[in-house]
Design a protein around this ligand. Structure first.
Ligand code: ATP
Ligand code: MG
Length: 418
């Protein structure tokens, strides 16, 4: 679990701003749910036989003996909230998104931490491929805005209906049983619990066996095929390129029909940046009246690592100006000036001195702050009503400015930012 230090927060804020804006223009509204839910929600919602529930959850007992879990993902929590507040039964299409920490007890490594952050989008009440295309296009827009569009690839697949998956499951089990001696220990265990996950194995020795396995697409019925085709047609019509990956099954139990993943080769082994899919059965399974649902989640740490690898990361923002006041002047002088400038100039980043000291000491602090300008008030300025402006970064004559001139200068400085 990592600290996000002040020097690194600028890029997080920029990414969050871009995401917020994109969500807003697509008509998605933010939801914030608790970090802790009943353990049973995740067991039922994610599936007992998944990696997350089997070995990755932070589960503890509350004082009253309830079993609680730090959320390992947020689809289940969103559905719980949606059910509780009627978002799946109001007859409309509800578009929501979230941003926040998730917790998984996995082996920490590059690209994988135990507290990480996901942004996700979920839609309740729309059954067709159109909403899947919308969700995918929305993430594509986020990649473009952040300058990483060329570094990610979209893979899609169809998992069919629950029945089709069940019939495929038995086909697959037969196939792997016939090849049991070639299975690794993980796969042997999954053969009993979640055989589709064997296809997801990252073990190179499993590759050939998996490549030759019967494909899910062969078990799909006419409706599922049509649904898959519709999504492809929509993506084609909107100019998005993708590849079909018949082995993409995603880690969670609750998906059906369309699933997809955005991957990158720029981050080494942990290449999944964003994954999503349809989960029409989940709401019903969690006790609600059945309602179509679909969504995706992206990993913020991986997205940010990708931006740092391939795009321009923003510099940490430094103050525009630092207020320096002669020690003999009344103690409120600096803060009064700073407050009035903050009120008049929206977005001005202004730091005022808070540690009493000589002018020399204050100038040192002004320099360390990274500010471009020092705004200096001495006895002379106090009586003339002017401010001395001294550049801290460039060789330039200091200037004595009246209030109007100072405003113009600061506004120019802000315009230069944009
Ligand atoms: P992976 O195959 O890498 O384990 P996953 O299938 O477990 O990913 P999801 O549950 O689909 O991942 O979560 C969506 C995204 O969240 C992933 O694509 C990834 O970017 C990010 N993510 C998942 N687990 C972690 C983690 N432990 N640390 C950092 N990011 C993570
Ligand atoms: Mg995982």
């Amino acid at each position: 679990m990592h600290d996000l230090l002040p020097a690194d927060s600028a890029i997080w804020q920029r990414v969050e701003r871009v995401i917020q804006d994109v969500m807003r223009v697509y008509g998605y509204a933010e939801i914030r749910t608790p970090l802790v839910e009943n353990t049973a929600l995740f067991k039922r919602g994610i599936g007992e036989a998944t990696d997350i529930v089997e070995k990755e959850m932070y589960t503890f007992e509350s004082r009253s003996g309830e079993s609680l879990t730090l959320r390992p993902e947020n689809t289940a929590g969103c559905v719980r909230a949606a059910l509780q507040h009627g978002l799946t039964t109001d007859g409309g299409v509800n578009r929501i998104w979230y941003n926040g920490p998730m917790f998984r007890y996995e082996r920490p490594q590059k690209g994988r931490t135990r507290q990480f952050h996901q942004v996700g989008a979920e839609v309740y009440g729309a059954a067709g491929a159109a909403v899947e295309a919308e969700l995918i296009l929305m993430s594509a827009r986020i990649w473009r805005e952040l300058g990483v569009a060329d570094a990610v690839n979209l893979e899609i697949n169809s998992l069919g209906t629950a029945q089709e998956r069940a019939s495929y499951r038995s086909t697959l089990v037969d196939y792997f049983r016939a090849n049991e001696s070639s299975l690794d220990t993980d796969s042997l265990r999954r053969l009993e619990t979640n055989p589709l996950r064997i296809l997801d194995s990252k073990n190179p020795e499993m590759q050939a066996l998996n490549d030759a396995a019967p494909q899910l697409s062969e078990s799909l019925g006419e409706d599922s095929r049509q649904h898959a085709q519709q999504l492809q047609d929509l993506l084609d019509a909107c100019g998005l390129t993708y590849s079909i990956n018949p082995r993409l099954v995603r880690g969670l139990d609750y998906y059906s029909l369309s699933v997809w993943e955005w991957t990158t080769s720029a981050l080494g082994a942990q290449g999944a940046v964003c994954g999503g899919g349809r989960y029409d059965g989940l709401i019903d399974m969690l006790g609600g009246k059945s309602c179509p649902a679909v969504g995706w989640a992206l990993g913020m740490e991986r997205l940010i690592a990708l931006i740092e690898a391939v795009a321009d990361a923003p510099a940490a923002s430094t103050p525009h100006a630092f207020v320096v006041v002669a020690p003999e002047l009344p103690p409120a002088t600096g803060q009064q000036l700073a407050e009035s400038l903050r009120s008049e100039i929206q977005g001005l980043r202004l730091v005022s001195n808070v540690i009493p000291g000589s002018m020399k000491a204050q100038f040192k602090r002004a320099d360390r702050s990274g500010a471009s300008l020092a705004l200096v008030v001495g006895a002379e300025e106090q009586s003339s009503g002017k401010i001395t402006v001294k550049s801290l970064r460039e060789r330039a004559e200091q200037q004595q400015l009246d209030r109007g001139q100072l405003m113009d200068m600061l506004k120019n400085l802000l315009d230069g930012d944009a």
